[in-house]
Design a protein around this ligand. Structure first.
Ligand code: MOS
Length: 738
């Protein structure tokens, strides 16, 4: 397997991305690109009603199509053992009883799977499958369902709502955001192979091979060791790959039925219904301040959509408990069941949604106060402690982010009064907003195999969805060991490698850096142990005493007490050397609170004739601890900020509420921000290490790039035009009518 092996050509740029060459040339394979002998193809058929039951499925016509091998339905599929036992099903973490029920929970729910010799045969035959249903009333319209649902308290109330009911300045407004989808470039796909009666091999697109392995193990009651999951290269995720979706069990059922490898890739329209989304939301924020601009209190209520078969819930109001000091605070939330596929985590889940309301409301309050929203935020920041749990922040440089960003964008040239600056048809304005995200870390393992030539291979099961995890691993190994970049290879995304959690929540690098640091130390100790028989100085050496180069080891200073690797190989009669280590967060997680922060600033131009908004400049200053790989980290932030532009201005999946069906479920109908919609995102890092967070000092960098971006844009639109728009996306019609 190729993985990330370097070729001679790449040696010129050792600091480049480890996977770059393979992704750019197409030689790195995504899940659906593996070619296995005897593979057949599966295409799924989705229900055409949004609620009710399947009465009958007509398969005769489809079965006539040449090349069709079989068609699975809830009446003939091989059983998934855990679905026979509700407790086991729940434990599996997989919620949709796919092809194990005649009930329909949402439109597009798989009701049949056509398996054929070719993709074309399967696709054609799938188009001939029809079903009759006993349809039931479906509710897919969040706006009409949510008013009947009252949010309940989500955390400890601070002070009381009454305490600030007479604050001199109070704002209370409702903010809404439409349903948004991930749609990474690589579509979700699975190739399933049964290698024996209780052995499954999967090539699958996901953000965590061990999670897929565990889920499948629990669904089929097969030991995890018998389930192999490979995701060497992943073409994006944004959270959709953190869960196992129906394509995985469907491909496994199909492979069992026909006893051949089965490939199932979702179509682009199916990506809109089967792999989660950021749910539509409603928020009401009441916020108060005294005449000096000191916040007196906040009441943040939120509701978001969920499915009728799986109650997904995200913490929309959490952000209001963290960034600023509110002496009085109440947060309430609820979910709203709808006949849609289940939502899931999507880029900055919860906080991204909540931040739009919080940071818009603060901007509104500042306008009432007649004060600079930058200064008011600065004055109200939670300084040294996390206001929610009272623990000291390990590090929190959000204030510095704000200062730097303000300088960079030229905040001084912003007019306090809105709608002052005109350039022909265009109005120009500035806006800003803060974002914050927990800087988490969990347990992970990694191994290093050293070859005779002194090159090493660092291995872990963690995936790299394009975030630069592999490159970060190589850079950290280089830092810890001293071995040149071009002698370090990285192998990822395989369930048989040392265990690692899914790559999500901006915790990947923080988590794996601990394991890479630990395994690097283990390698040094192992080599020192061998070297001790050649030079006694190494006898009680600790890792910090040992330096490595491309040819051998030395003691404390480069070149002192040199022992060549070759001498060790010869003495020990070794061909390769392997070390394994794990690392997990410790008690520092009890002592401190951890966060990454970002300050977003933008300048927008709003065309008053067409309603078009152009983000003219976007500055994002991020506190993400030590930046391990500046290029990849900056790419993370600018990609996230472009996502924020889409969220603010164009993204929103519409439903036909009569038929319970999504409208425009393709990349032409759903409007992501593209390069033409975004300026060059100006990214800067504070770059101060947080060594409580993990040995690399890095904190999470992915999500803070989007948390705050949409509010900064909405606030800038207000500053440009005097129009306060509280419903995302802010499309031209809203600008013109607002
Ligand atoms: Mo992200 S929602 O942690 O992939």
């Amino acid at each position: 397997m190729g993985f990330f092996n370097r070729t001679k050509k790449e040696k010129k740029a050792p600091a480049g991305r480890v996977e770059g060459f393979y992704k750019v040339t197409g030689s790195g394979k995504y899940a659906a690109e593996y070619k296995l002998d005897n593979t057949c193809y599966a295409v799924l058929v989705g229900s055409t009603v949004a609620a009710g039951t399947v009465v009958s499925i007509q398969l005769d016509e489809a079965r006539e199509v040449e090349g069709v091998l079989d068609i699975l339905t809830h009446e003939n599929r091989p059983a998934i053992p855990a679905f026979a036992d509700e407790e086991k099903r729940k434990k599996s973490g997989f919620s949709l009883p796919v092809l194990h029920t005649d009930k329909i929970f949402f439109r597009g729910q798989p009701i049949a799977l056509v398996i054929a010799e070719t993709l074309e045969d399967a696709t054609y035959a799938a188009s001939l499958v029809t079903a009759t249903y006993k349809a039931a009333p479906a509710s897919v319209d969040f706006d009409t369902v949510h008013p009947a649902i009252t949010p309940a308290a989500t955390g400890k109330e601070r002070g009381s709502l009454d305490a600030w009911s007479k604050a001199p300045f109070i704002r209370e407004q409702v903010y809404t955001i439409r349903h948004q989808v991930h749609n990474p470039m690589e579509m979700h796909a699975t190739i399933a192979v049964w290698d024996g009666p209780d052995k499954i091999r999967l090539f699958d697109k996901n953000q965590g091979v061990n999670n897929v392995q565990q889920t499948v193990s629990r669904l089929w009651g097969i030991p995890a060791a018998n389930i192999e999951v490979m995701s060497e290269y992943v073409g994006g995720g944004f959270g959709s790959g953190l869960k196992v979706w129906p394509n995985v069990p469907l491909a496994i059922m199909a492979a069992r039925k026909v006893n051949r490898p089965v490939k199932l890739m979702l179509t682009r329209p199916q990506m809109f219904t089967l792999v989660g989304y950021r749910p539509q939301s409603w928020q009401r924020v009441k916020i108060g301040a005294d005449a000096n601009g000191r916040f007196t209190g906040i009441w943040h209520q939120a509701k978001h959509g969920t499915s009728v078969y799986d109650n997904y819930s995200e913490g929309i109001t959490r952000i209001s408990r963290l960034i600023y000091n509110f002496a009085n605070l109440k947060t309430d939330a609820a979910t709203v069941p709808l006949n849609l596929g289940a939502p899931t985590w999507m880029r900055g889940p919860g906080d991204c949604t909540g931040d739009f309301a919080l940071e818009s409301a603060i901007d509104e309050l500042c306008h009432d106060l007649g004060k600079d929203p930058l200064q008011v935020r600065m004055d109200n920041l939670a300084g040294t402690h996390d206001p929610d749990n009272g623990k000291p922040w390990s590090t929190n440089f959000l204030g510095e982010c704000m200062q730097k960003g303000a300088e960079k964008i030229g905040w001084n040239s912003r007019q306090l009064k809105p709608a002052q600056v005109k350039d022909g048809e265009w109005m120009i304005g500035y806006g800003m907003a803060n974002g914050m995200w927990f800087a988490g870390r969990s347990r992970a393992s990694a191994s290093i195999i050293m070859q005779k030539d002194g090159s090493i291979l660092v291995q872990t099961a963690m995936t790299d969805i394009g975030t630069g995890t592999g490159t970060g691993i190589r850079n950290i190994a280089h830092d810890k060991l001293g071995i040149p970049h071009d002698r370090i290879k990285v192998k990822l995304g395989h369930s048989s490698l040392p265990a690692a959690p899914s790559q999500g929540g901006s915790t990947g690098l923080s988590t794996i850096s601990g394991a890479v640091a630990a395994v690097s130390e283990a390698l040094k100790i192992k080599l020192a142990g061998y070297a001790a028989s050649l030079d006694v100085v190494y006898k009680d050496a600790v890792a910090a005493d040992v330096l490595l180069s491309d040819t051998g080891i030395s003691y404390r200073e480069t070149g002192s007490h040199p022992v060549a690797f070759a001498a060790i190989w010869e003495k020990e009669k070794l061909d390769t050397l392997e070390v394994l280590a794990s690392s997990a967060p410790g008690e520092e997680r009890q002592k401190y609170s951890f966060c990454s922060g970002a300050a977003h600033f933008c300048r927008v131009k709003v065309n008053m004739k067409t309603g078009k908004v152009k983000v003219d400049r976007h500055v994002c200053v991020v506190d993400a601890g030590h930046v391990v790989n500046e290029l990849a980290a900056a790419n993370q932030v600018s990609g996230a900020a472009v996502g924020g532009i889409g969220m603010a201005l164009s993204e929103g999946q519409a439903t036909d509420n009569t038929h319970g069906v999504f409208i425009g479920s393709d990349l032409a109908g759903y409007h992501f921000a593209v390069n033409a919609d975004a300026p060059l995102i100006e990214v800067e890092f504070i770059n101060k290490p947080d060594l409580n967070s993990n040995p690399s000092g890095a904190k999470g960098v992915g999500e803070v790039g989007i948390i705050g971006a949409a509010a900064a844009i909405a606030n800038a639109i207000y500053n440009a035009t005097g129009k306060r728009l509280r419903d995302l996306p802010i499309t031209p019609d809203k600008v013109l009518l607002g």
